[in-house]
Design a protein around this ligand. Sequence first.
Ligand SMILES: [Zn+2]
Length: 503
Amino acid sequence: MRLEAPCLRIATGTILHETNTFCVHPTTLDNFKYDTLAPRSVRTGYLNAKDFFEEYAGTKSIAGGFIDASKNLGFELIPTIWADATPGGTVSSEAFDYLLSALLTELRKIGRVDGVLLGLHGGGYSETHNDLEGKVLKEVRAMVGEDTPIVSTLDLHANVSQLMIDTADALIGYDTYPHVDMYERGLEAANILFSTIKSRVEPAMVMEKPPLIISLQGQFTGKHPMSKLMEKAHEVEREDGVLNVTVSASFPLTDCVDTGIALIVTTNNNPKLAEEKAKQLSDLAWSLRKDFLVKPTPIKQAVQEAMGTQGPVILADIGDNPGAGGPTDGTALLRALVEAEAKNTVIAVMRDPEAVSKAIQAGVGSQVTLKVGGKTDKFHGDPLEIIGYVRLISDGVFRNRGPMATGAEMRMGRTVVFDSRGIEVILTELRMQPMDLQLYRSVGIEPSEKQIIAVKSSVHYRAAHTPIAKKIIEVDTPGITGPDLKRYPFKKVRRPIFPLDDI
Ligand SMILES: [Zn+2]
């Protein structure tokens, strides 16, 4: 039986990456194919419709939000490709060209669409297209024409370009870091697109960019000053005629002309109001600039504090966050914990495929000496020799139960729990940021019973770990994801810019 009116046809897709240009290893097509966070079927190149729905339906993700919106609003959601790689170095031309061509080919195959709903990140940077998302939007626009609305979600870490603003009808960024509102923003973006197609609204989007870069740790939305900025953004969003306010805190580790905080206001056909509100928010962000600076604790002091306080104490290894391009094999914190003879401690995680293989070869219960970590680059400490025994071997697959990307399946590759005199090192084949307590429980570790939990993460760990933590310490570990932006050899960012320049 046919519905009275034909169902709206909305195409969806993404090429999703957060690029740390200080990372020495490029992000290749293999990373999009085999990476932990990438959907299963991307392993065959890209996702077909069936795999897209199988992977994301029922999950609290962007795509999960799109899927539920299509049911709530009654439109047909038609996937192109959904390609996602763990944050890392500059995306190779080969990878980006392949994925863009795949996305456009699928979009062409779909034929007539009423709108396009993208799930872009905003922090992507490829060898040939430094403004990766600007390029994607431009090509999609060229294909669907001026009259077909395009709306995309953006990560809170988007480096938004004017081209993106000019090309999309609306861009809807996350409001939270840790990102616990991906699903809601997915619903919101779909709603705005739907209303635009139905001519109920006409989005007018304006962006303001004060000369300000904020470290990842300074962007935590759970405390001042980011909480204050977000509060104000929500206040503006509730005003008449305002459709959306996005505070894009930016990904500070992309050395790119678009790097820096962006305040984006979308009104219903009122560019003047959008301009005024974006300016207000921009002034507020600028006035708070010094409050965004963070000062982490030196490693030895952090370890002493963690050993002398009631646990669990979270030690955040913020210099080596895989979620921001870190290699996940930094040894500085582990070395300090070994030297201090810390007990009842867990390291989440150490990516070292070589050590994993050796431990698996030795087998469960065997005692072995392993050289772990420090194998990717020169910025995260040397390999560390530790003696211990192989406690558990796992396939490294678990499903999130916490507040972030709830329901999504995570894959760490083959995983070993290696117990070295009371320090349990979770050795993995793939990079994985500890965002969910199932990571521990899936390998037989109860995190709430640990004295010390060392996490390679900037901020995302907070969502799941804060409820069990007696104390959280941000540790000043070496690496390519830490908060002291003056340590990085920036060449392409706009100057002057705070805090690189004292303005
Ligand atoms: Zn992010």
